[in-house]
Design a protein around this ligand. Structure first.
Ligand code: COA
Length: 409
């Protein structure tokens, strides 16, 4: 069975460049449609009492037919840009952590980059299951600290309802849909992302996953069929995942805290991946701290995978649980198996022009992005059509040359 790597990672993550990566924007979005435990018990053999007692979940949000990982991610991103009061054109990089992308490619990050009008940004999706958001923030922070970029948008977005086996009461009761986002920005002021511990144990890949078409086509693969897994539907060994999660959370938080050069008592709030209230309570017991130090909102959203930490972050800020200068920690865990912890020193004032001026310019950017994408598609079609006519044009040109060079002319 996987174990948390107890060896402390002493690699300093603060760059010698003197550049720090600060969280300057945050946002969240969930579908309107709410599915309660009673709604679930109408079509599977379960009860509200069982689900609440074993998981703490009361309800989750489920995407409508018109919603997707990209539409939810876009909304969360727009909120985060509003808080940071920056323009899409200022973004250098867009990272989307997700296990439910729109496609294998184009990436969901590219779709969102286009819809924002972030025309100077690179974009890619990141696959580290429920740990993906913490991985993404660390990738963004490292890029900023290296001096190669200034501003990074990191989104955790999921439509888990699309990969549920709705006949499996052991998994479908747990998950929900949603998205959260943060903007990271370079600053000379000390703080921001102080440390990160990213870990993986691929030997536990059989405990939790979503088979899909890839280099190993599970449709024809004997291994995929033998395991009884279904294409594009999640499988999970709940008991083993529970044990893994309770083991790694405490250890990895302690490693991230040590790496940041502080102690656990300096941490004002821990924002864990929202999988199950009992997992979080077990982690609090392991760390010998009050479970009130953990942000919890699993009751209202269920497990939204890579989206759960940024959603909980946005709510924690709204509830006034994070103040400038506070040390906070993120901890994620999930498929891979993967897990990740991070310590952040919160806050520099958001720079920039007046919020009203930039809000109008942001909205104009979104509008322009739609037109630009449509115009680019049309212009590609036109140039494609010219390519079709090019051989005809070539033959006409050769004919004209022949006529021009003819001794009869
Ligand atoms: N409603 C009612 N009964 C259910 C049920 C449901 N939704 N799901 C399972 N049961 C039943 C089981 O069939 C079993 O019945 P039995 O004793 O007659 O065989 C009984 O409840 C106990 O099942 P068990 O799987 O041992 O329950 P549990 O206490 O381990 O809880 C989970 C199951 C899935 C809630 C729990 O294991 C869990 O949360 N694991 C972690 C999952 C997770 O967080 N995954 C994502 C990580 S990113």
């Amino acid at each position: 069975m996987p174990t948390a790597n107890s060896k402390s990672n002493t690699t300093p993550t603060l760059a010698s460049t003197g550049i720090y990566a600060h969280v300057v924007g945050w946002g969240m979005a969930v579908p309107e449609n709410v599915m309660t435990n009673d709604d679930l018990s109408a079509f599977i053999d379960t009860t509200d009492e069982w689900i609440r007692a074993r998981t703490g979940i009361r309800e989750r949000h489920i995407a409508s037919e018109r919603e997707s990982t990209a539409t939810l991610g876009l909304k969360a991103a727009q909120q985060a840009l509003d808080v940071a009061d920056i323009l899409p054109i200022e973004l250098d990089l867009v990272i989307v952590a997700t296990s439910t992308p729109e496609n294998i490619f184009p990436s969901t990050a590219s779709l969102i980059q286009d819809q924002l009008g972030a025309s100077k940004a690179g974009a890619f999706d990141l696959s580290a299951a429920c740990s993906g958001f913490v991985y993404g923030v660390q990738m963004g922070a490292q890029a900023i600290r290296s001096g190669s970029v200034q501003t990074v948008l990191i989104i955790g977005a999921e439509t888990m309802s699309r990969v549920m086996n709705w006949n499996d009461r052991g998994t479908c009761i747990l998950f929900g849909d949603g998205a959260g986002a943060v903007v990271l920005r370079a600053s000379q002021e000390e703080g921001g992302v102080l440390s990160a511990v990213l870990r993986s144990d691929g030997s536990g890949g059989d405990l939790l996953g979503i088979p899909t078409v890839g280099s190993l086509d599970v449709l024809s693969s004997k291994a995929g069929l033998e395991n009884g897994h279904s294409m594009s539907k999640m499988y999970m060994n709940g008991g083993e995942v529970f044990k893994f999660a309770t083991r790694v959370i405490g250890d990895s938080i302690m490693q991230a805290v040590a790496q940041a050069g502080i102690t656990l008592s300096d941490i004002r709030l821990i924002i864990p991946h929202q999988a199950n209230e009992r997992i979080i309570q077990a982690a609090a017991r392991h760390l010998k701290i009050d479970s009130a130090l953990f942000m919890m909102n699993v009751e209202r959203y269920g497990n939204t995978s890579a989206a759960s930490i940024p959603i909980a972050l946005a709510e924690a800020v709204k509830e006034g649980r994070i103040k400038e200068g506070d040390h906070i920690a993120f901890v994620g865990f999930g498929g891979g198996l993967t897990w990740a912890s991070m310590v952040i020193k919160w806050g520099v004032p958001t720079p920039g022009e007046t919020a009203i001026l930039k809000k109008q310019r942001r909205e104009f950017s979104y509008l322009l992005a739609r037109w630009r994408a449509a115009l680019r598609r049309i212009s590609r079609r036109i140039s494609e059509a010219f390519h079709i006519f090019r051989p005809v044009q070539g033959r006409l040109a050769r004919l004209r040359r022949k006529v021009d060079n003819s001794p009869l002319v």
